[in-house]
Design a protein. Structure first.
Length: 130
């Protein structure tokens, strides 16, 4: 059986979606995905670059506090980005599980990134490194 691209329910091969609501929601999902693509890509690049800079600063200058603060802020940016804009799951996962399941997975990854970034920033502020 084929699955609905939005909700993941099994449907027959003659239909693309299980109902009109799923079809409209899928259209809105891809419209929002295209609309926010530039912001998402820019935020991802900013987060990854700051993580790399934080790692390099922490290792080369042996300033672990500063490295943790910079890396943690980059991870925070990525976590917030995935929580606010959950439109960027893998297309293979969307086809297999549906948009709803993929959005939940992306938001869960965003929450994990947010918590990891918070831990890094808090450790960089509180923990005394020598």
């Amino acid at each position: 059986m084929k699955t609905c691209e939005y909700c993941g329910k099994e449907i027959d091969y003659n239909h693309a979606f299980c109902d009109d609501e799923c079809e409209q929601n899928t259209f809105n999902y891809y419209k929002n995905r295209k609309r926010w693509q530039g912001l998402f890509s820019g935020g991802n690049i900013l987060g990854i670059i700051s993580c790399l800079i934080g790692l390099v600063v922490g290792v080369i200058s042996k300033n672990v506090k500063l490295g943790l603060l910079i890396t943690g802020s980059g991870i925070l940016v990525i976590g917030i980005l995935y929580l606010v804009l959950p439109y960027y799951g893998l297309d293979e996962q969307i086809k297999k599980k549906g948009i709803i399941s993929t959005t939940k997975t992306v938001r869960m990854l965003g929450a994990v990134g947010l918590l990891t970034g918070l831990v890094c920033v808090i450790c960089g502020i509180i923990v005394p490194f020598k």
